[in-house]
Design a protein around this ligand. Structure first.
Ligand SMILES: [Zn+2]
Length: 191
């Protein structure tokens, strides 16, 4: 029998729970292929297969989106091409302003010669380019005849060009014409 102490120490000690000793881990059994193991493997394979399927779907979706984007881009380019053609078809290739009002037409044309000696006439307003073989009916582009959407061929463009005030440009000739173009008061920076 416990002798009851005045401070109740004995009672308290009795109430303290015994420390929990973790149960020893069960000894590892060597892996055996049992119906259970096969079942678990099957489940795992199914999970992997589903994952694969999901990824394939995502990939297909991604491809579809990319293709749609490419198509849209092409369509946009076509629209831009149409708009440009429309602008070129409507353009009178003449500078605006006083001269136009005074009925003195000043063509917005200039001649450009590439390094390979190919020469073209361009409109500053609509960016139309005429090449030497172009007629009022057809433009020659990359060895192919395409319908001319402007009223002019090379001859018409060239005839107007001669009355133009624009200077010919060339890739070969430097645009600087005189030493005066070099800035005289170039700033010098000092520390
Ligand atoms: Zn034009």
């Amino acid at each position: 029998m416990w002798e009851q102490r005045k401070d109740g120490q004995a009672d308290k000690q009795l109430e303290t729970p015994a420390p929990v000793v973790p149960a020893p881990a069960p000894a590892q059994q060597p892996q055996q292929i049992t119906p259970d193991t096969l079942g678990a493997l099957n489940v795992l394979l199914q999970i992997l297969a589903k994952k694969e399927e999901r990824e394939a779907k995502l990939e297909a979706e991604r491809q579809r989106r990319d293709e749609a984007r490419d198509k849209q881009r092409e369509q946009n380019a076509k629209n831009v091409g149409d708009k440009e053609k429309l602008r070129q078809a409507r353009c009178d290739h003449m500078k605006g302003g006083k001269n136009k009002l005074a009925n003195r037409k000043d063509p917005a044309l200039y001649q450009h010669t590439y390094i390979n000696a190919e020469t073209v006439i361009k409109c500053l307003i609509c960016r139309m380019v005429w090449k030497t073989k172009d007629t009022t009916e057809y433009l020659w582009r990359n060895g192919r005849k395409i319908r001319n959407h402007t009223k002019w061929g090379w001859e018409e463009a060239y005839a107007w060009l001669k009355s133009s005030t624009n200077q010919p440009s060339s890739s070969e000739i430097p645009q600087r014409t005189s030493a005066d173009d070099v800035p005289k008061d170039a700033e010098i920076f000092e520390d």
